[in-house]
Design a protein around this ligand. Sequence first.
Ligand SMILES: Cc1cc2nc3c(=O)[nH]c(=O)nc-3n(C[C@H](O)[C@H](O)[C@H](O)COP(=O)(O)O)c2cc1C
Length: 184
Amino acid sequence: MKILHIDSSINGTNSVTRDISRSMVEKLTTADSSAHVIYRDLGAWPLPHLTLEAFADSSVVEEFLGADVVVVGAPMYNFGIPSQLKAWLDRIAIAGKTFRYTENGPEGLAGGRRLIVASSRGGFYGAGSPTAAFEHQESYLRAFFAFLGVTDITFVHAEGVAIGPDVRSKAIEAARGEVLNLAA
Ligand SMILES: Cc1cc2nc3c(=O)[nH]c(=O)nc-3n(C[C@H](O)[C@H](O)[C@H](O)COP(=O)(O)O)c2cc1C
């Protein structure tokens, strides 16, 4: 099994999504000791904004297509995803490689791989909450990867981490517990 592990938090070792994404990768590698992991830390080594020249470099999309499982640490920043993660997405949405337009509409070409997302948010954005309409992180990532044909998508959320230390630690503990229950 080939695992691509992406982090995108700017919070270094204090990052909640890094904590959760690391435990996801540990869970997968414990179950399959022959798993090969490629790690890309977009917070520490950001990709530049997309340029036309960047399309000439297919290394990022090839790395994505080489993975059976993609683990993504995706914090909510300003109701969406970090721009560091957006820069990575910009490099994997490549017509002819990960999607194509047909007479019947768009077709994803990157199916057959599993996506597991470690999410963290300062507040609460669940269905029915007052800020549910501000949620453009999970909904965006689900739409983006569905467009590429990725249908096996799991999110683990730590919510409310900015509310106070108690809520934060309970949210992290709950997320770690969910990771333990993930299918290997
Ligand atoms: C730049 C920035 C923007 C943020 N924007 C939001 C936001 O819009 N909504 C929210 O609930 N939390 C927001 N937060 C809080 C983060 O989602 C929360 O701290 C989360 O744990 C970040 O993940 P990380 O710890 O892996 O960096 C923001 C944090 C930062 C640093």
